[in-house]
Design a protein around this ligand. Structure first.
Ligand code: KMH
Ligand code: ZN
Length: 270
């Protein structure tokens, strides 16, 4: 089987220190957390910017600092968010892509997101796709619901997206597809040929879906953006603790864990 790519989604835009005291917020904290996760087996870090007060930001300078703080400590692939936070403008969200990071996310449609609406109008998504391509960045297509996968396939056929595509199947957001094996199996049955995929289970779905993905030959995303607990009622002590558990399970399953260089090769990251 292909070596397992573990992505650590370190911070996100929504989680607070009140919910998870070990949440990395500043560029330096994010750099340190990335290095710990790399040590534990992560080959990608998915990052979001935050201001000093913890508010989410897509400010290019904040992302520049995050990338520098990560790269001075380890060789993991830095994947910037273009999802940002609900309510941000598309222009705001796109800013980090102009730094030409190795990877960036691209949400493939609009969805209810807890009590909010995460808006991704087709015209805006097209601008995102063009900018990501123009900057030589590898896209990770974020799929929160099945219609988004159908859209991605249409766009691949029209040449708006580059093949082979890499997908992040995000399961368990209230308002989107549930964090169930059935939902994952349906999406997998619809993936285009040659695609690579990772699964991001939200909350309690993180561990079971990650384990299922490992068995099925997919890749895994864990981290505080998606889940702050190690087990029911017990907060995780760090992002790296969540990554290390995936590494141990992979070892038991005889699945090698990818290095950052192997992840670049598997995904076609420049
Ligand atoms: N914060 C969510 C509304 C991404 O990073 O690309 C969107 C998100 C997706 O986190
Ligand atoms: Zn994100």
């Amino acid at each position: 089987m292909t070596p397992l790519i573990i992505t650590a989604a370190l911070t996100g835009a929504e989680v607070t220190r009140a919910q998870q005291p070990a949440l990395p917020l500043t560029p330096q904290e994010i750099g340190i957390a990335a290095a710990e996760c790399a040590q534990a087996g992560a080959s990608i870090v998915h990052v979001h910017g935050r201001l000093a007060d913890g508010a989410p930001t897509q400010d290019k300078e904040v992302y520049r600092q995050i990338i520098a703080e990560v790269k001075q400590r380890c060789d993991v692939i830095v994947q910037v968010s273009t999802g940002g936070a609900v309510g941000m403008t598309p222009q705001e969200r796109l800013a980090p892509v102009t730094l030409r990071p190795e990877m960036a996310t691209l949400s493939m449609g609009s969805v209810n997101f807890g009590g909010d609406v995460f808006l991704n109008a087709p015209a805006d998504m097209e601008v995102f796709a063009r900018e990501i391509r123009a900057n030589g960045v590898k896209a990770e297509l974020e799929i929160f619901d099945s219609g988004m996968l159908a859209t991605a396939k249409r766009w691949l056929a029209k040449g708006l997206l580059d093949a082979p595509a890499h997908f992040d199947l995000v399961l368990g957001i209230p308002g989107a597809m549930p964090g169930t094996p059935q939902a994952l199996m349906y999406l997998l049955s619809e993936l285009p040929a040659g695609a690579t995929w990772t699964v991001a289970g939200i909350g309690a779905a993180q561990l079971p879906l990650a384990t299922l993905a490992m068995v099925l030959g997919g890749h895994v995303r864990v981290g505080f953006e998606d889940n702050v607990y190690y087990r029911k009622g017990e907060l995780a002590s760090s992002n790296a603790q969540l990554v290390a558990r995936i590494g141990r399970i992979a070892t038991e399953l005889d699945r090698a864990v990818a290095t950052p260089q192997e992840a670049r090769r598997i995904l076609g990251v420049r």
